[in-house]
Design a protein around this ligand. Sequence first.
Ligand code: HEM
Length: 404
Amino acid sequence: MLRFDPLAEALHEAPYDYYARYRNIAPVHWGKPVNAGIEGGWYVLGNALTRAILADSRFGRESHRSADPGLLPPELQELYHLVDHWVMFRDPPYHTTLRSALADAFSRDALQVMHDRCRDIACAMTARIEQRASLDVMADYAIPYVLTCLCLFVGVPVEDAPWIRMWAKPLAQALDVKRSPDVYACAAEAARTLRAYVGAQLKLAGDRDANTVIAQLGNAISLGRLSRQQAIDSIILILVTGQETSRNLICNGVLSLLRHRDALVELAANPAERSAAVVEETLRFESPVHLAGRVVREDIECEGYRFCAGDSVVCCLAAANRDPQDVGDPDRFDPSRPKIRHVSFGAGIHTCLGVGLARHEARAAFESLAPVLCRAELVDEPPDWRRSVLFRSLETLCIRLGDP
Ligand code: HEM
């Protein structure tokens, strides 16, 4: 059997078959590296082992760290310093400091405000598209909807959304499994541009609603909990992760509903009651983020498997979500399952900070879209999936709408 290869054509064509082929043999396999410069890495496909690794602090996150970043090529230095302030790529105690300051920005009050806003924005977006004969759910709904919610949540002008999207894209590409080294130069330019923009926005933090990320992190700077640069870079992280992920959740859910009409009919009959289950089953079945990387900090044994210090470990979240040892009939989209479990938001200390926001956004979108989807049909079947290994993302999701 060939070594697990994150860039294999077969993985792009049919990811769940590819994962299953390996997972049926063992929950972990050695494979080709996710990044140049290392020999290879472990790919974890089983649910129990994934959960154990994500919860174990001996699997760290700081694979980017270098003893002397000054020796890196200039285009990598800018990125290095940006990523070095990202909570997602740091271990405790640095991670703990950043995470506790960021947690205030994702508070219950902030999420309550977003709960109502998401509903208003989703309804307005649906009203804009429901009379059309056809649309691309990605470009005409999910992208503008999620960007609007994110700008309001962060506290930056909604008019800047297309510009933010353009500059966030190269950074999201730099997080993905690399196909070309050119992504670093584009990402470094994006880092410089977004740092200048967010720095200017942060000066206005005092004028912004107290529940926005900008206001909360402005406050954290005044209290000495974060440096100004840590706050700027954290806001950039939120602008990048907050849009790539949620729009995929919405489009992956719409696709699954259109392919499983019984679930769509149930949702449309009782949107407020059924939407939460549709969100959770979409997260399990078409997880928007497929991978979570770790680096082994010391020689260890975990669930009977041995890992050596310095090894790269990639948890394939989407494979874990369809592990038959954890869930019955895993390849069926079924929001009426009695209990829906998944690791799509990760687990352990790095569990996604945006869980609450993503769930509000997706529930509001599914609830308002349900009646429209009942008269929709897919134009492209199979649809066009983007060439990303990290994100499960549709390029477009074109639908035709019948008469209301
Ligand atoms: C469907 C939507 C989303 C999914 C599937 C998702 C998935 C994930 C996953 C798997 C992780 C953990 C990565 C790891 O353990 O290595 C993570 C972390 C994170 N996510 Fe999300 N995410 C989503 C939405 C969001 C949103 C909307 C935001 C912000 C507005 C956000 C911000 C973050 C941050 C800041 C972290 C780092 C947490 C830490 O390292 O302590 N995410 N996300």
